[in-house]
Design a protein around this ligand. Structure first.
Ligand SMILES: C[S@@+](CC[C@H](N)C(=O)[O-])C[C@H]1O[C@@H](n2cnc3c(N)ncnc32)[C@H](O)[C@@H]1O
Length: 309
């Protein structure tokens, strides 16, 4: 049988013939919509997504109040936030902000793919900043169903310049949705515990054991001089991924990250005995992942001939 490298050199890779649940870990260079289209339904216990943020500014503003009185869910339309048809909510937002329209036209089909690829017990973690997260909540309520919303995790850090014109924005938000609100997997006992803020208020035994993290996670960013640093600008801390992977997957489960960047998800998944598929379209990201995950993964390219394994 030809290797992934040979297939990649020979032309576009059909992942359906390269990746199966018995395959080794895999890193794919290419557009994630093309890559995920070749992966089978329900194959992943955990999907973590950290898409690029939409930092564009509103270009033409219009009020969105009209949609609140004109909602009518057509055939096949999903009913989302406050019973509004999701298409109505989205249409209003699209008129509000052209940049937003472009961003969501990009992100929405990818979120739908995440839903398709999740196992019945699986969980999606969507990592966004304060500009996008509220729109994403509406979109995911419509895609997954409101009953599948599990948590809003606040990752708080304290680093870098601070505005004096408003409260400095020093947090990201991670939305957590499960595929099935009854059957989903969550193992709080597997999560590393953290020190109590006021250990004197609990018994010495409890203080020694530490407490279960809540939905607010204080965690430093990747230190510019630390062991983890890869040089990839948007790299996320391993400690944040560690909690996610510990809680929402078991050893041996498949984890998917199709905005993989420097490969933090893969590095942590491997360290915890999980398997992974990572996708990124940026050759620089793939180069970082090659260095970071040297033994753990095979490499393939979608629609390109330049990568080897
Ligand atoms: C915020 S970064 C992810 C950082 C990552 N969590 C880490 O710890 O390094 C987003 C990544 O998405 C990738 N990306 C953007 N659009 C993509 C697409 N259509 N297909 C695949 N990757 C894409 C970018 O190249 C970038 O590396």
């Amino acid at each position: 049988m030809r290797s992934v490298a040979a297939r990649a050199r020979a032309g576009p890779v059909n992942l359906a013939s390269v990746w199966t649940p018995d395959s080794p870990d895999l890193v794919i260079e290419g557009d994630n919509l093309a890559a995920t289209a070749t992966l089978p339904d329900g194959a992943f216990q955990l999907v973590y997504l950290d898409p690029p943020f939409n930092t564009g500014r509103p270009q033409r503003r219009q009020t969105i109040t009209t949609t609140r009185t004109t909602d009518a869910a057509g055939p096949g339309s999903r009913v989302g936030f406050k019973g509004l048809a999701y298409e109505s909510v989205k249409g209003a937002l699209y008129r509000y902000d052209d940049e937003f329209a472009d961003y969501w036209d990009f992100l929405e089909p990818r979120l739908a793919e995440a839903w398709r690829l999740l196992a019945g017990t699986g969980t999606l973690y969507l990592h966004l900043d304060w500009r996008e997260v509220h729109y994403a909540k509406v979109a995911l309520d419509a895609l997954f169903g409101r009953e599948c919303f599990l948590n809003e995790i606040i990752w708080a850090y304290d680093y870098g310049a601070k505005s004096r014109r408003k409260w400095p924005t020093k947090h990201d938000t991670i939305l957590v949705y499960v595929k099935d609100p009854v059957a989903y997997f969550f193992d709080s006992a597997a999560v590393d515990r953290e020190p109590y803020m006021a250990p004197g208020l609990v018994t010495p035994e409890k203080a020694a054991r530490g407490k279960l993290p809540t939905d607010v996670w204080w965690h430093t960013i990747v230190s510019p001089t630390g062991r983890e640093k890869t040089g990839y600008a948007t790299q996320k801390p391993e400690g944040v991924l560690r909690r996610i992977i510990q809680a929402s997957s078991r050893p041996g489960d498949w984890v998917l990250d199709f905005f993989a960047g420097s490969g933090t998800t893969g590095a942590v998944a491997a360290s915890l005995g999980r398997r992974f598929v990572l996708v990124d379209e940026n050759p620089d990201a793939v180069a970082v992942m090659r260095a970071r995950l040297p033994a753990a993964a095979r490499f393939a390219a979608i629609g390109a001939e330049r990568l080897g394994g």
